[in-house]
Design a binder for this molecule. Structure first.
Ligand code: CP3
Length: 344
């Protein structure tokens, strides 16, 4: 049977007349129905671990907008929690974790199959979604990249410059590398279980890849992405992988070939014309409209959306934002973006 899901066709390298579209953080606080379901769940983590409600919020933007893909509702920090780190969210501030900066703290982390004890509700969310999604909608699973997850584990919170993780890398490289290796192994098991439950594509979010320079980028962003991608493809032939080494700049060039990823997602610090010339020859690209247009809207939104579509129309492309949609976005602007992409 020929493939009817447009996202899978683009990921297989097909250039489509209209790019398929989805949006990072498409289930989120800009949507009143998300806020209502979240209030019903209690806090954010309770929502992540409530399979029925997590599936419900995943479906909300599909019902409202008809995106071509749904992304599993969960968080990249569930994995460190499954390894034994304490995790909580402070309203208005973001995530907090117990820190890992010493060998003794690292030695307390778990490994192997134990992660599934905590993460089973996430796999159940995937199973529900595969039953309930429209047949044309692709289900994307995801995990954080080892470096990005490590920056939160080492600092115990989000940091503007990932300073604590860079400091540990310089001061205790063996420990830093042990953390990355543990995360690489468990990320493979986590993504693999999502695929077994029904995820059709997996995406690796390396939100802080841009703060790794030179050799560090090769060792701690590119290499882990390659190891994860190769092992996922060995265990699950035919499952496409999307890599998102955010703000990688020139390091986006050659990232498909160096990692084996089927698609490289690009942020909006690079122009779509540059992406067409330097990244898209390597394979499918995803991106990269600036998220602020979902707040500001108007003719600018239409013009910039058309620019992205136009620049990337001669190769495989999945339309997306350059980063997640923000809570202050106007749901009407999302509709305008989709209509513009689809030429309605
Ligand atoms: O894209 C999606 O809709 C899928 C679900 C998803 C969430 N987080 C839900 C979420 C995904 C793929 C993520 C990834 C994630 N989580 C990343 C990588 C992508 C990126 O944005 O760079 C990171 C760094 C995290 C860690 C994280 N989770 C932070 C720093 C925060 C707080 C910041 C904020 O926006 O409040 C979260 C919370 C979070 N994860 C929310 C959502 C919808 C908001 C929680 C809420 O409802 O209050």
């Amino acid at each position: 049977m020929s493939q009817t899901k447009t996202i899978l066709r683009a990921l297989a390298g097909e250039t489509l007349p209209t790019p398929p579209i989805w949006m990072m953080r498409q289930a989120g606080r800009y949507l009143p129905e998300y806020k209502a379901t979240r209030a019903q769940a209690g806090d954010f983590l309770s929502l992540c671990y409530n399979s029925e409600l997590a599936a419900e919020v995943t479906l909300q933007p599909i019902r409202r907008y008809g995106f071509d893909a749904a992304i599993l509702f969960a968080d990249i920090l569930l994995l460190p929690q499954a390894l034994g780190a304490d995790l909580w969210f402070v309203t208005g501030e973001g995530p907090r974790l117990s820190t890992i900066t010493t060998q003794a703290e690292f030695d307390k982390l778990g490994k192997g199959e134990m992660i599934h004890d905590t993460l089973n509700p996430v796999y159940e969310t995937v199973r529900i979604l595969r039953r309930e999604l429209p047949e044309e909608t692709t289900l994307i699973g995801f995990a954080g990249a080892p470096w990005t997850v490590a920056t939160y584990m080492i600092a115990g919170k989000g940091t503007p410059d990932q300073g604590p993780a860079h400091a540990l890398k310089e001061e205790n490289r063996p420990l830093f590398e042990a953390i990355l290796e543990r995360l690489t192994e468990s990320t493979i098991d986590y993504l693999s279980a999502q695929i077994d439950a029904g995820a059709e594509v997996v995406k690796i979010f390396d939100s802080w890849a841009g703060s790794l320079k030179g050799e560090d980028f090769q060792r701690y962003a590119l290499y882990p992405a390659k190891v994860i991608t190769e092992e996922i493809k060995r265990r699950h032939p035919g499952i496409p992988v999307i890599a998102f080494p955010r703000q990688a700049g020139d390091n986006y060039i050659g990232f498909h070939a160096a990692t084996g990823a089927d698609c490289v997602a690009v942020d909006d610090s690079v122009s779509p014309e540059w992406v067409a010339e330097h990244v898209q020859p390597g394979g499918c690209v995803q991106g990269n409209l600036a998220s602020r247009h979902m707040v500001t809207g108007g003719q600018d939104l239409v013009d910039e959306t058309r620019k992205v579509v136009d620049a990337l129309k001669n190769g495989p492309h999945i339309f997306n934002l350059g980063h997640g949609i923000t809570p202050d976005a106007d749901p009407e602007n999302v509709k305008l973006m989709i209509d513009t992409v689809r030429g309605a």
